[in-house]
Ligand binder design. Structure first.
Ligand SMILES: Cc1cc2nc3c(=O)[nH]c(=O)nc-3n(C[C@H](O)[C@H](O)[C@H](O)COP(=O)(O)OP(=O)(O)OC[C@H]3O[C@@H](n4cnc5c(N)ncnc54)[C@H](O)[C@@H]3O)c2cc1C
Length: 464
């Protein structure tokens, strides 16, 4: 019989598979996607957030445990499990040597609006290269991998895993790691979770999914139905405002638009709705998808002027461009009079000090709602640019409850042979909000723990 069955084919799954194999277990990975689309959302990533007390290879300066924890506490508004969060934070300081051993390479961050050279280690070649390296290493170590292998359900004996099922096929194993992602790709479930708004709209109908189409949440639903303890809220997710022209799935990072904090954001009614300069973009970019989701028609428009060009990573697709603001409003199909009133009020409210996008500068507004607390400069220099943005779902936070061994809990009790890692349990650490790179920190930490624990449980059951 198999020792460890790993369900999923992304970062968390491969970390688990590699660790289990290194611990001497016989491991099979079941990946829903075909080989060319393997790697789930992890194939789209660029970096992971790492704690460090002094400069380390590609990371400058220091990012101590306490600062990382405070960042997490702030973005989650306290909806996090401190013990599990600190476990992730500490693991992030030591995982890179292990990653390198399996072929992952790092590079210093490029400059841009994400000021992350201190906090985030970038993968050379991005997440695709990272996943290819892990698959290569897994194959070399003798991990068996099956593609086009969507697990429909599990056979459980109470809280004990017995076998996985793919159609009529039954795959028994001593232990199992479920690392099958969130449910973000399941549009029907997203629709149900978000429901209808007061205007009678179904907001999820206008969502775009930034990553894989294979995270359908089949096993998450199954486990919750089988009595696994839930964690997180189904409407909470990592949700970015992305280029409205992005494809429904797998648009990846090239659909990101990073100029929100440099200008203003207006909704379909041509009015502003949130402080665009609240904090640094890496700490705020993931709230904007949700903010746009709450607007009529689930659309927003980021408006900048010529002064901002060159100050942010240029989007792959050019935005609307106009010589005057009224012309821009017409091109966007916005009410010209309301748009001009919004811009004129904003411009008049700007108190420009010393503009510096690299610090929380003193350029702010006075007497306009909502305020813009940093980087507030009048939109007065032609040409003017606009990007239409829609909610882009990265991953959902509803998951299964785990403990520090990654064991899945049923009725408050840890399963002895069923473990979870990655998005399917990320809600234990991320009750809401996000800070760039922490998804891979969670998946890497818990993937490695789950693999080790699953191998230990499988091998000890052999001896027992
Ligand atoms: C565009 C984009 C950019 C991102 N950038 C970053 C970044 O730079 N840094 C960062 O930290 N995070 C980033 N994230 C978030 C990050 O991708 C996730 O936090 C992380 O990849 C989660 O890893 P995972 O292994 O849990 O899930 P995934 O990588 O999504 O893997 C889930 C796997 O499960 C498989 N699967 C699903 N259902 C089944 C089933 N029933 N049977 C078998 N297999 C199944 C899927 O095919 C997939 O292979 C990004 C996400 C996106 C979409």
């Amino acid at each position: 019989m198999l020792d460890v069955l790993v369900i999923g084919g992304g970062n968390a799954a491969l970390c688990a598979a590699l660790m289990a194999r290194e611990a001497g277990a016989r491991v099979l990975v079941l990946e829903s996607a075909p080989k060319e689309w393997r790697g789930g959302n992890s194939q789209h990533t660029r970096n992971l957030r790492c704690m460090h007390d002094a400069p380390q290879d590609v990371l400058v300066d220091a990012y101590p445990e306490e600062e990382f924890w405070q960042d997490l506490l702030k973005v989650t508004g306290g909806r996090t499990n401190e013990q599990l969060a600190r476990l992730v934070i500490r693991a992030s300081s030591t995982c890179r040597d292990w990653m390198r051993k399996h072929g992952v390479r790092f590079q210093p961050s490029l400059s841009g609006t994400l000021h992350v050279a201190r906090t985030n280690a970038f993968f050379m070649g991005g997440g695709k290269a990272l996943m290819n390296a892990y698959y290569r290493s897994a194959e070399n170590l003798g991990v068996e991998i099956r593609y086009n292998a969507t697990v429909d359900s599990l056979e459980m004996d109470g809280d004990r895993f017995v076998a996985a099922r793919i159609g009529n096929e039954r795959i028994p194993a001593r232990t199992c790691v479920v690392a099958s992602g969130g449910f973000e790709s399941n549009l029907a479930w997203m629709r149900e979770a978000w429901g209808q708004n007061e205007a009678g709209e179904w907001p999820a109908d206008n969502f775009l999914i930034r990553g894989t189409r294979y995270n359908q949440g089949t096993l998450l639903k199954f486990l919750l139905g089988a009595g696994a303890d839930p964690i997180g809220d189904p409407t909470q997710s990592h949700c970015v405002a992305i280029d409205a022209r992005a494809p429904l799935y797998d648009g990846g990072i090239c659909t990101r638009v990073d100029c929100v904090s440099l200008g203003i954001m207006v909704n379909r009614d041509a009015v502003r709705f949130y402080d665009e300069g609240e904090d640094f973009w890496p700490k705020r970019y993931a709230i904007w998808g949700r903010l746009v989701a709450q607007q009529p028609g689930q659309i927003g428009y980021s408006i900048i002027d010529a002064k901002s060009i060159g100050r942010f990573m240029p989007p792959v697709f050019p935005g609307e461009k106009a010589a005057t603001l009224p012309e821009l409003a017409r091109k966007l199909g916005l009410d010209e009079a309301v748009f001009m009133k919004t811009v004129n009020e904003f411009n008049a409210a700007c108190r420009v000090g010393t503009f510096d996008h690299a610090v929380l500068d003193d350029c702010h507004t006075e007497g306009v709602q909502p305020p813009k607390t940093h980087w507030a400069r009048p939109l007065d220099t032609a040409p003017f640019y606009a990007y239409a943005l829609r909610p882009g779902i990265t991953f959902t936070y509803l998951g299964v409850k785990v403990d520090e061994t990654a064991a899945v809990h049923f009725g408050g009790k840890a399963s002895k042979n069923l473990f979870a890692a990655g998005e399917i349990m990320a809600g234990n650490v991320l009750g809401q909000g996000y800070t760039a790179g922490v998804g891979m920190s969670i998946g890497t930490a818990f993937g490695r723990i789950a693999g080790l624990q699953a191998a230990a449980a499988a091998l000890s059951s052999l001896q027992g």
